[in-house]
Design a protein around this ligand. Sequence first.
Ligand code: PLP
Length: 396
Amino acid sequence: MPIYLDNHSTTCIDPNVIDVMVRIMETHYANPGSTTHEAGRLVAELVAGATQKIASHLNAEPDEIIITSGATESNNLALFGVAMHPKQTRRRIVSAVTEHRAILDPLVRLEKHGFEVVRLPVFPNQHPFAGGIDLSLAAECINADTAIVSVMLANNEIGTIQPLAEISKLCQRWGVPLHTDATQAIGRLPMDVQSMGVDLLSFSAHKFYGPKGIGGLFVRQSPEAVRIQAQIVGGGQQFNLRSGTLNSVGILGMAKAIEVVESNLPTDMLQQAYLRNLLWVLLNEQIDGLHLNGPDWDVPIQSNSTRLVNNLNVCFPKVDGQSLMLELPDLAVSSGSACTSVEPHPSHVLIGIGLSEDQARASLRFGIGRFNTEAEVRQTAEWIGRAHAKLAAFNA
Ligand SMILES: Cc1ncc(COP(=O)(O)O)c(C=O)c1O
């Protein structure tokens, strides 16, 4: 049986979510916008209940949630929506070098539209808060000309959790909306847009055991509404901010996934931290000279931890990650190279924390999920130990 330890990339759908979605597809296929008949009104009611559930998980209001196709679209809507709003007069955008491509690529486009983009560096790998933002540097860069600050809540490669509440204070000084890409955080951290002080927050259901192709963007409405310009126009759904027939099956699936997260979060967090820590210990027993990429973690896990509980990113001596993965056909993990082009290039996140290209290429990312077991982790460490010994002997 293959072992799946790539839960940052996506998660499997929780069986409870599948049940809900199948039921909705079979019986409630009417368009939630069709309020002229009972069938449509019933689906609209179900969607409203689901949106309420999603909002309350974030400690937000239902009219603050815009449903999208996932975090890529949410990030695009947040950045382009704020920057391109007709009343926008500010020209600076502040973000970080370790953001996901779904932030970095829109930033390049906004630069072409004349925005000044500041990409904050992060603490290097030797620092206990590797990948974290230096708040004093952020304070210097956020000013009266800043249109939006976008800093991810938790990094998808090295798990660094950014100090958003502190960044929010810096933003408030200048009346700057703060956006966070929380794609990796829901289901792995308690969520509260009020205590984090964020004004926009992106999420994607398939990262927390929901379906693919559905997600959302929280857009603060109170005490002051964040002004965003729609990026998809048409039928005027969702307060005219994101047109298109609502994906009712996806929305109900996402809400069910949130419900499962809420009832499992403390146990999921403990179990994933336990398995992640065990994997690190077992790998070190098998292989000398391993390096941890990303911040240290606390044992037991603390509420103010600086690393996602399920994340492990390891630099292996004397091998490259791609070759190691080829030796592990029954293990799903990902390497420190992004294979988005013909020529795989080293991860910008690992480079961002100061690793060399060779070190980045010698790294693997492990993402523990709700359904992983201790037996799988033990098997993984054994497979990797064997594969590494073989490759290291070959390279010696
Ligand atoms: C941090 C982060 N942001 C955005 C995305 C994009 O999410 P999606 O592919 O669901 O649009 C991902 C997915 O890998 C991610 O990890």
